[in-house]
Design a protein around this ligand. Structure first.
Ligand code: SF4
Ligand code: FES
Length: 248
């Protein structure tokens, strides 16, 4: 059985919205972010992952739709919408959100295993962020090195919930959860001891590969890919995000 391929006239009939003056085609049910990325138009984002339902927590993907701000990952595309994205006002909002994230956690990029493949770092560079701007809070977040194969560095967690969802939905293990509210919200390990060693986490789990920063790390693989050869070293995130090919 062959899969029907849309012909040229069907393709021409795809509905569109306008983003920054350019027509962006979309399929029924696609979000503005999904349609934009598929059309090669970069919108910064952090908590979105194409394999999971968007939940819209980071707000870095905020765009203006017909003059009103919306998270583009949770806003369905509609015919004729006028969307603004790459404009100073929105990039300033995004930069402030990213600066808050750097302030709220402990992000020491030069010594981080994820440097060069970290989405937070790459988005910050793309937005022209050169300093955290706000006074860092330096929260006290101990590491969890209890698991034989995995190290957890909570200092870098941006609370995107991707590991929570991957572990629950794909791995069916619910190893991770978020606890607390507001400024006290934090990632926890769902075992009686609170330690990773007392969970069923395996290095092959989906939860091991979804963290956009450097929290969930495989032991004994530090700097396996040299600095300078990582995902966002060769190409900036605005290129990688719209052509997510090979890089690790
Ligand atoms: S550990 Fe990573 S994937 Fe999990 S919530 Fe924190 S930043 Fe997101
Ligand atoms: S990517 Fe849309 S709210 Fe985080």
């Amino acid at each position: 059985m062959t899969t029907p391929v849309p012909n040229a006239s069907q393709d021409r009939e795809r509905r569109t919205f306008q983003m920054d003056g350019i027509d962006v085609p979309f399929d029924e049910g696609q979000s503005i972010l999904e349609a934009a990325l598929a059309a090669g138009k970069y919108v910064p984002y952090l908590c979105f992952h194409p394999e999971f339902k968007a939940h819209g927590s980071c707000k870095v993907c905020t765009v203006k739709v017909n003059g009103r701000m919306h998270a583009s990952c949770t806003t369905p595309a509609h015919e004729g919408d006028v969307v603004e994205s790459n404009v100073d006002e929105l990039n300033d909002v995004r930069k402030t959100l990213v600066q808050f994230l750097f302030t709220e956690g402990n992000h020491f990029c030069p010594s981080c295993e994820a440097s060069g493949s970290c989405t937070l770092q790459a988005v910050a560079y793309d937005l022209g962020m050169t300093t955290a701007h706000y006074s860092p809070l330096f929260p006290d977040r101990p590491l969890d090195a209890s698991h034989p194969d995995v190290l957890l560095d909570f200092n870098r967690c941006i609370l995107c919930e991707l590991c929570v969802r991957a572990s629950a939905i794909v791995d069916k293990k619910s190893v991770f959860a978020l606890s607390g509210r507001g400024i006290t919200k934090h990632l926890v390990v769902s075992s009686e001891s609170g330690k990773l060693v007392d969970t069923a986490l395996a290095v092959t789990d989906k939860a091991m590969s979804v963290c956009p920063v450097g929290v969930i790390l495989r032991k004994r693989e530090g700097f396996k890919i040299p600095i300078g050869e990582r995902k966002y070293d060769a190409h900036p995130i605005r290129e990688v995000a719209v052509a997510p090919h090979d890089k690790e």
